[in-house]
Ligand binder design. Structure first.
Ligand SMILES: [Zn+2]
Length: 223
């Protein structure tokens, strides 16, 4: 157990909830931050609140609604469909979103005395977000430290693993069912296994199936 405080960037989805449990296992103190940017589904923030509440964790919710002034995108505007744009990026893409979120997380971390920042960004299921890449996170870590004269450490436990391995991590942490039942990843705002049709549900479902299949094959071989 590391005797420091960690701040987890937390949306109430599968990835960040898994990161939250990862952090709880490692750090003496954990707090979470959720960014409210007028998500299409307000329920997402309610999910995050409920999980933080249930875990007895201090939950910071930052108003990032100004993001809507910068861009129109499918996560916040009902009338825009989630699909792949002509540039290959999903229509959910807000340029620099992660840069903004992590910078605000850094400022908050300095305010609450957290040395560690944990984020569920991932380069493996990379859907075209440049500010989810490992090289960007490393660069931002240096920038945050220089800007605030701090020694933050940004942790990205999911950076190099796929969705099946994210489920495996949740299972190892003893929270697979918790993550499966209490998180919201679905673009249509349906908790747990979701609508089953949107890209987020498909990715989540395939990962879970792959993991369960791999696990049962392993047990068959070893029984
Ligand atoms: Zn869905």
């Amino acid at each position: 157990m590391i005797q420091d405080k960690a701040l987890v960037v937390f949306s109430g989805g599968q990835d960040s909830t898994t990161c939250l449990f990862w952090a709880i296992e490692r750090f003496a103190q954990v707090e979470v931050v959720t960014f409210d940017y007028g998500q299409r589904h307000r329920f997402e923030i309610e999910c995050a609140k409920e999980i933080a509440n249930e875990m007895g964790i201090n939950h910071h919710i930052l108003d990032m609604s100004l993001l809507n002034q910068l861009t129109s995108n499918a996560l916040t505007r009902e009338e825009i469909k989630i699909e792949e744009n002509s540039d290959g990026l999903p229509s959910t893409f807000v340029p620099g979103r992660n840069l903004l979120f992590l910078s605000f997380a850094g400022v908050l971390a300095s305010q609450i005395g957290a040395k560690h920042i944990v984020t569920g960004v991932c380069e493996t299921d990379f859907s075209g977000y440049p500010d989810c890449r490992d090289i960007f996170i490393k660069s931002l870590n240096v920038t945050l430290n220089l800007s605030m004269d701090c020694t933050f450490v940004i942790h990205t436990p999911l950076m190099w693993i796929n969705k099946a391995q994210t489920w495996e991590l949740a299972d190892q942490l003893g929270v697979l069912d918790f993550v499966r039942e209490k998180t919201l990843t679905c673009y249509n705002g349906i908790m747990a296994d979701g609508c089953g049709e949107c890209p987020a549900c498909k990715l989540r479902k395939k990962g879970l199936e792959d993991y369960i299949n791999a696990k049962s094959e392993f047990y068959e071989k070893n029984s």
